[in-house]
Design a protein. Structure first.
Lengths: 147, 119
């Protein structure tokens, strides 16, 4: 049985003349059917928030000197960090694949006088940028270039 | 607070959208190398040694990339967690949840600015 949704969800700023039934959550929510991917996409927010905070810790350590950097990097070898980063890597791939599929569909038919490129072209460009930047980041961080 | 959040919505959505787009593009290589390959000993010893890491990070482009890696995921995370909280029946406490999450993202972003400035 679908539960009642928040009564103010999707409510207009001013009540209209047409009376409508209270909104209800779809019966598939949160983890059935197409709602599974929807809910998981939102849940990756927790992973991204932690990734941002972890990156802040690393950059802060880098600015604090050799010992702080070394200690921060050594802590990443903890199994819990490794497990988190494995989950984070899967989350980032999931977000990329889902968002890059949605992004071309969300484009307006016209931007000023210009029409956006066809959807498959936008999709391909996003993947090209993703692959190119990732390859560059991996090459730099792993010491392949700018040694 | 609800009115302020509505007024800030375009800015929040901009940062959230860039968190998904640019954040995801940058985080893929970052998480793979810094979070997995380096701790597992699968990259050369000197690759993330302090001198090299600091030299790369202190470059203007390095600072910009690191700021994006710190700040943008925070906004993506904050906005999606807010959305998740609403979907799970927390609409009545949205103002408090949103304020807390965006405060974390704001403070984290400002600390990110300080962190890249002190490199």
């Amino acid at each position: 049985m679908a539960r009642v949704a928040d009564p103010h969800a999707m409510a207009p700023a001013k009540a209209g003349p047409t009376r409508t039934a209270p909104p209800r959550m779809p019966p598939e929510f949160p983890l059935q059917g197409r709602y599974r991917a929807y809910t998981l996409f939102d849940a990756t927010g927790a992973v991204y928030l932690l990734l941002g905070l972890l990156a802040l810790r690393l950059v802060w350590a880098l600015g604090s000197g050799d010992a702080a950097w070394r200690s921060a990097m050594e802590s990443l070898g903890n199994p819990l960090y490794l497990l988190f980063h494995a989950l984070a890597f899967a989350s980032v791939l999931f977000v990329g694949v889902r968002f890059f599929r949605l992004f071309p569909k969300a484009q307006p038919p016209k931007i000023g006088p210009l029409r956006p490129p066809p959807q498959p072209v936008i999709h391909a460009l996003l993947y090209a940028a993703w692959l190119a930047v990732s390859a560059l980041m991996i090459a730099i961080l792993a010491g392949g270039i700018f040694g | 607070m609800k009115q302020l959040l509505l007024r800030l919505e375009p800015l929040i959505w901009l940062l959230f959208g860039q968190g998904i787009l640019i954040g995801t593009i940058l985080l893929t290589g970052w998480v793979l190398v810094v979070g997995l390959l380096a701790p597992l000993g699968l990259v050369s010893d000197g690759a993330l040694a302090f001198e090299r890491a600091h030299r790369l990070a202190a470059h203007p482009i390095g600072r910009l990339v690191l700021l994006a890696i710190v700040a943008l995921p925070l906004w993506k995370g904050a906005h999606h967690l807010r959305s998740l909280a609403i979907d799970f029946g927390g609409g009545h406490r949205d103002a408090a949840v949103a304020t807390l999450l965006y405060a974390i993202a704001t403070v984290g972003s400002l600390l990110g600015l300080v962190a890249v400035a002190r490199l």
